[in-house]
Ligand binder design. Structure first.
Ligand SMILES: NC(=O)c1ccc[n+]([C@@H]2O[C@H](COP(=O)([O-])OP(=O)(O)OC[C@H]3O[C@@H](n4cnc5c(N)ncnc54)[C@H](O)[C@@H]3O)[C@@H](O)[C@H]2O)c1
Length: 349
């Protein structure tokens, strides 16, 4: 007989409502038993609005109640480490949103703590579960692209574009986030790059602030060098027209080129195409499974993590160690902004 897994959601904000809750509710043998927010009243409201039986004002209270077999974390990045440590100490498997921490040093501490505790943990780099990204990985493994030579990585949307009037929140606060669009969006793209191609060994970056009063990057452009001959570029931003989630990865190699694109305006939410080297039309590759909206990636990720029935995706689940490796790339990129040479005659900045 199937045993129901009791899951609690920690952090009752936008992403919990848009992704974690619908993803968990789509898994038949999972029950969302509790929610937690440091704003206890907000937690109560979230529970009432979504029919969740229990609400708490802290993860400690949740864990002490012993109600949850697993927990998901959709709280701001600066509180990820303490929440993950609390779950590990209580022996509760934890799915934590990305980035796992605001520095690589803290991320490494979490990896060590997980090894000591021997408790399952994963990080919300869920775009790995996109059917288009799975196809790109299969094409790379199957030799259709050959040796990767160049990776173009994009993740951007316009959520903080002034046209929409959305106030900046903790994502743009240097006391709460390690960087701006680089950490919030670039982290996904860098995780995809390392999962698809391999370790990034060198970076250089430009972190641009374009919004009035910005204290962190609104647009980040990063040059990447991978182990082996492959190089790459990343553009991430939260003021750019790009759709949701606005992720695009194009890989050029010795045998061919291909592109995976994720965007809710695309039919089915995704596209995968093999590009013609001769400039001819691209081959559109049908994708077996639909993206499933913004909660679809988290749903497949949580299905694997919680051992739920359905097709699994071997080699896909992001580990804490892989998330720490992404954190090293992010930390390095945030510091690698100084190697600029002025163009003669063009003025200096
Ligand atoms: N995987 C993705 O594609 C994706 C997309 C959006 C956001 N995210 C991630 O999800 C997380 C949440 O983002 P959001 O946009 O929902 O933020 P948000 O600000 O809308 O919500 C965060 C919530 O966490 C609560 N909170 C703060 N500290 C807490 C604590 N110590 N314990 C419990 N709750 C606490 C806040 O009160 C708030 O309700 C971030 O890490 C973000 O990077 C991931």
């Amino acid at each position: 007989m199937a045993v129901t897994v009791r899951v609690a959601i920690v952090g009752c904000g936008a992403w919990a409502a848009e992704a974690h809750l619908p993803a968990l509710r789509a898994l038949p043998e999972v029950e969302v038993v509790a929610c937690v927010d440091q704003d206890a009243e907000g937690s109560r409201r979230f529970a009432a609005a979504h029919g969740i039986p229990h609400s708490f004002g802290s993860a400690e209270d949740l864990l002490a109640a012993g109600l949850a077999d697993a927990m998901t974390v959709a709280a701001p990045d600066d509180v990820h480490p303490s929440l993950v440590l609390a779950a590990l100490a209580a022996g509760v498997p934890v799915f934590c949103e990305k980035p796992i921490a605001n520095t690589a040093g803290v991320a490494e501490e979490l990896v060590a703590a997980q090894e000591r505790a021997g408790v399952a943990a994963t990080v919300g780099y869920s775009f790995r579960y996109s059917p288009a990204m799975q196809q790109l990985r299969a094409d790379l493994a199957g030799g259709l692209i050959g040796e990767p030579w160049l990776a173009e990585l994009y993740e951007y949307n316009s959520q903080f574009h002034p046209r929409f009037g959305k106030a900046m929140n903790w994502k743009g606060d240097p006391d709460r986030a390690g960087a701006g669009a680089l950490f919030e969006y670039g982290s996904h793209a860098l995780d995809l790059a390392q999962w698809l191609i391999g370790p990034i060994t060198r970076v250089s970056a430009q972190l641009s602030r374009v919004l009035p009063g910005s204290r962190l990057d609104d647009i980040a452009t990063v040059q990447l060098d991978f182990a082996g001959p492959c190089s790459g570029v990343l553009i991430s931003g939260w003021v750019l027209a790009g759709g949701v989630p606005g992720v695009r990865v194009r890989v050029h190699g010795s045998a061919g080129a291909a592109e995976a694109e994720l965007g809710e305006s695309l039919p089915g939410g995704e596209r995968y195409q093999r590009l013609g080297l001769d400039g001819g039309p691209a081959e559109q590759v049908p994708l077996g499974e639909e993206a499933g909206g913004r909660s679809g990636y988290a749903r497949r990720h949580l299905r694997d993590f919680l051992g739920q029935p359905g097709s699994q995706s071997p080699g896909t689940m992001p580990t804490l160690a892989q998330a720490a490796s992404v954190q090293h790339v992010l930390d390095t990129a945030a510091k690698a902004t100084e190697r600029w040479l002025p163009v003669p005659g063009a003025g200096t900045q």
